[in-house]
Design a protein around this ligand. Sequence first.
Ligand SMILES: Nc1ncnc2c1ncn2[C@@H]1O[C@H](COP(=O)(O)OP(=O)(O)OP(=O)(O)O)[C@@H](O)[C@H]1O
Ligand SMILES: [Mg+2]
Length: 278
Amino acid sequence: MISVNDLKKRYGNIHALKGVTLDIDDKVTSIIGRNGAGKTTFIRILSTQLKPTSGSVKINDLDINKDVQKIRKIILSIPQEAQPVGIMTPLEHLELYLLARGYSLSDARKEGRYALEELEMRDFENVPCDELSGGMKRKVFVAMALASRVEIVFLDEPTTGLDPLSRMEVWNSIRKLDSNIILTTHYMEEASELSDKVVVFSEGKVVSRGTVDELLEPFKDKVRVEKTDGEEYDVKIGKLSIKYVPKHMAQEYLSRGYDVKNITLDDLFISRGITLES
Ligand SMILES: Nc1ncnc2c1ncn2[C@@H]1O[C@H](COP(=O)(O)OP(=O)(O)OP(=O)(O)O)[C@@H](O)[C@H]1O
Ligand SMILES: [Mg+2]
């Protein structure tokens, strides 16, 4: 579906992408990484909004440098922090978007209503977006993807800033898309919930990729124990001493005042002494 070869992007002196080579062919792929890892740059290049400094990207055998218009017909990219226009309603957003994609007004209305129905938003279709919750606002964009039936949807941090319940609501709407999805996120739970494959970016490079289970294989049958200024640790983050120990030893560490945590994708970062900000 998408084939990326030695992709580089430089902004002045900043090397945002330092040679990314990656094949993406799963239904949902999540890209995770710290602030500044290059996730947005990567998504913007793949969705033809930004030119790479060098390297190649093929999307369904179309070249991002040569076939821009053809690619734009089959993708939709929802930027980080995208917000709908406050005075417009969800239905108006959908109609306008579908008209821009070449639909007739009657088809735009029909497909727009269908998408809003699928996402359980019909009750809100005529409410100005200003009056919608944060989750509903994001769902307006998911509805655009659903209505336009594009082949590939790029979502840059689709749920950042939402409360946990709204986040789940947006996840449910994303699951209704038939399109292949590439999303970026700081939320490890989001990556675990939604994706078939996870790609980890660090400082402009892919440092690992696999299913959630594959990525967590090194932590199999372990727990994370942590304590402020604890005497034992594998890594320290600030004053927090963190250690990975076999599950059967959890009780012992508990009795010595350590907190015991289950392993999540966060541990990919914590084990290297870093945390992901959101
Ligand atoms: N338009 C720009 N001009 C100059 N530098 C930029 C520009 N856009 C991004 N950068 C820099 O490129 C690097 C990668 O940024 P990018 O936005 O791709 O990271 P990100 O992984 O999406 O981060 P975040 O998680 O904070 O959204 C950062 O060092 C950033 O400061
Ligand atoms: Mg970003």
